[in-house]
Design a protein around this ligand. Structure first.
Ligand code: 6GU
Length: 228
């Protein structure tokens, strides 16, 4: 899979995308992530990527020209399955959207900043819009990092253990079961006996019970939800 990220603030993305699972996935070629700086697609001395909104009001709006030129340059190189714009008014990002994106060949993720991007970009270039939740971030970069992380860890070759993804919280719309590691007793707190038995079917049964119990207590809304 290839992910091209278009941003006015590439520095924010370098850290999150060069650690741990995402780093390993890039090293073993499960994914290629390319970050594109909108300032490289400007033609003025000050490398201007934003301007004041028509009609007045607070904040700055990302100009259309650098975004059109950047995405046109990408389109010349390959076909894209999706041009995704990160915005708080987009569709709420979910595990099932992550799973769908992990099956794509090439995607672009466009990060907005300041007050947003010129609406003509959304009309002409963007194919889908994602939000990571009902709160406002200063820009789409951290949200893009969240989406990339959730998608890349699902790619074959990313996790040590692919069954790990199948027992994730939100798989089957259930939260995950509690987990423990050594020692078996710590400060008087014991690991549940069943986990020490080596009886795999009893362990699986316990885990499933725990997942249902946890979901009922913490996220009853998930129980009535058909997998979307
Ligand atoms: Cl995708 N962008 C911004 N700026 N804020 C957000 C968001 C995205 N998702 C939730 N809040």
């Amino acid at each position: 899979m290839r992910i091209d990220i278009v941003t006015g603030l590439p520095e924010i993305l370098n850290g999150p995308l060069s650690e741990s699972i995402i780093k390993r996935a890039q090293e073993n070629n499960s994914v290629t992530i390319a970050i594109h700086n909108l300032r490289d697609y400007t033609h003025d001395r000050h490398k201007t990527i934003d301007d004041t909104p028509y009609g007045g009001g607070a904040g700055m709006v990302l100009k259309p020209e650098p975004i059109f030129e950047c995405i046109e340059a990408l389109h010349k190189e390959r076909r894209y399955d999706e041009i995704i714009y990160m915005t708080p008014d987009g569709n709420r990002f979910t595990q099932s959207i992550a799973a769908g994106l992990s099956l794509k060949e090439n995607i672009v993720i466009l990060c907005g900043h300041y007050k947003g991007i010129d609406e003509r970009v959304r009309e002409a270039l963007v194919t889908s819009e994602l939000s990571i939740g009902d709160y406002v971030l200063t820009g789409g970069e951290l949200a893009a990092a969240v989406v990339v992380d959730a998608v890349v860890r699902l790619l074959p070759g990313s996790l040590h253990d692919s069954t790990s993804a199948m027992t994730d919280t939100f798989q089957d719309n259930l939260l995950g079961a509690p987990v423990y590691t050594r020692p078996p007793e710590y400060r008087g707190m014991k690991v549940p006996d069943v986990l020490l038995t080596g009886n795999h079917s009893a362990i699986e049964e316990w885990r499933q019970e725990q997942r249902i119990k946890r979901t009922t207590e913490r996220r009853p809304d998930l129980l009535n939800k058909k997998s979307e």
